[in-house]
Design a protein around this ligand. Structure first.
Ligand code: SAM
Length: 293
């Protein structure tokens, strides 16, 4: 039975193994059974599912996942946690622990081996120092995924969910919303973790779109435009895109594209929706195509 979510049990395991927390790995272990149950129910894990857990810690959430899923693979970077996981997960025959940096794991290969290449579910209390590279890596490498349900810093969860006209809107919002439908399912205060983080947290569920909500001719160009716009957030789009080192559009070309979209030449990127970035990208991709003809 999953029992580590009770603080005394976590403390007992940490003492038994004389474990010291490593700040550099973003180690804040969950010690609240209600939060754990909320994550499992929001992730909608069933006995059909293959689940990838990133950063199992001492195995607190892994135990819950093992009870609900067909198979769990948990990837943990800290080798000091491996003997602990062998102990806390010894009663489960459907869990495999991999001692590796998640950013170095070939998740496509894992999904193929463990789930016949069918969509997997990702569930994690993420290490906050690499939340964005983990989530963007999962989407951009086109791993077959049905949903990602993760604990992240509250502020990052907000950024994933918002639209134009808010201070939190940025490249992460647009990228996440291109690939998935974001939904904050719980706000979690610092006292649900050991040790307590300095920030508030939230559980967010990202349900992968079957088809992206916008059609764009060149996805890579659209994301380069998005990144360039928010790198220079206070600049107009015309100047921001012209200044970007990895783009080669003149101010006139950008202004002409904006005019075709009936947008002001002094508009800033932060005012554009995903649909508008897709449209802008399609107009600018034609400019380049015409140059090379
Ligand atoms: N899942 C556990 C829980 O909820 O109690 C621990 C969550 S803790 C916030 C993040 C975990 O991710 C830690 O166990 C940490 O060692 C691990 N971690 C940090 N960086 C990692 C990486 N690059 N690859 C895999 N695991 C990592």
């Amino acid at each position: 039975m999953a029992t580590l979510g009770i603080p005394q049990n976590t403390i007992a395991v940490l003492q038994k193994y004389n474990f010291s927390f490593q700040k550099k790995f973003g180690q804040n272990f969950l010690i609240d059974t209600h939060v754990l149950e909320k994550i499992i129910s929001s992730a909608d894990v069933t006995k059909e599912d293959f689940v990838l857990e990133i950063g199992p810690g001492i195995g607190t959430m892994t135990q819950y996942l093992a009870e609900h899923a067909r198979k769990v693979v948990a990837v943990e970077i800290d080798k000091a946690l491996i003997p602990i996981l062998e102990d806390t997960l010894k009663d489960y025959d459907n869990v495999r622990v991999i001692n590796e940096d998640i950013l170095k794991v070939d998740i496509n290969k894992l999904a193929l081996e463990e789930n016949n290449g069918q969509p997997i579910k990702v569930v994690a209390n993420l290490p906050y120092y690499i939340t964005t590279p983990i989530i963007m890596g999962l989407f951009e490498s086109h791993v077959p995924i049905s949903s990602i349900t993760v604990m992240v810093q509250k502020e990052v969860a907000d950024r994933m969910q918002v639209g134009p006209g808010t201070k939190d809107y940025g490249a992460l919002s647009l990228a996440v919303q291109y690939y998935a439908k974001p939904e904050i399912v719980a706000n979690v205060p610092p006292n649900c973790f050991m040790p307590r983080p300095n920030v508030g947290s939230a559980v967010i569920r990202l349900t992968r779109h079957e088809k992206p909500p916008v059609l764009v001719k060149d996805e890579k160009l659209m994301f380069r435009l998005i990144r360039a716009s928010f790198n220079q957030r206070r600049k107009t789009l015309t100047n921001g895109l012209n200044n970007a080192s990895d783009l080669s559009f003149s101010k006139e070309e950008v202004a002409q594209a904006l005019e075709k979209m009936e947008l002001s030449p002094t508009i800033r990127g932060e005012a554009l929706t995903l649909e508008q970035f897709a449209k802008l990208s399609d107009l600018l991709v034609t400019v380049h195509a015409e140059c090379v003809q």
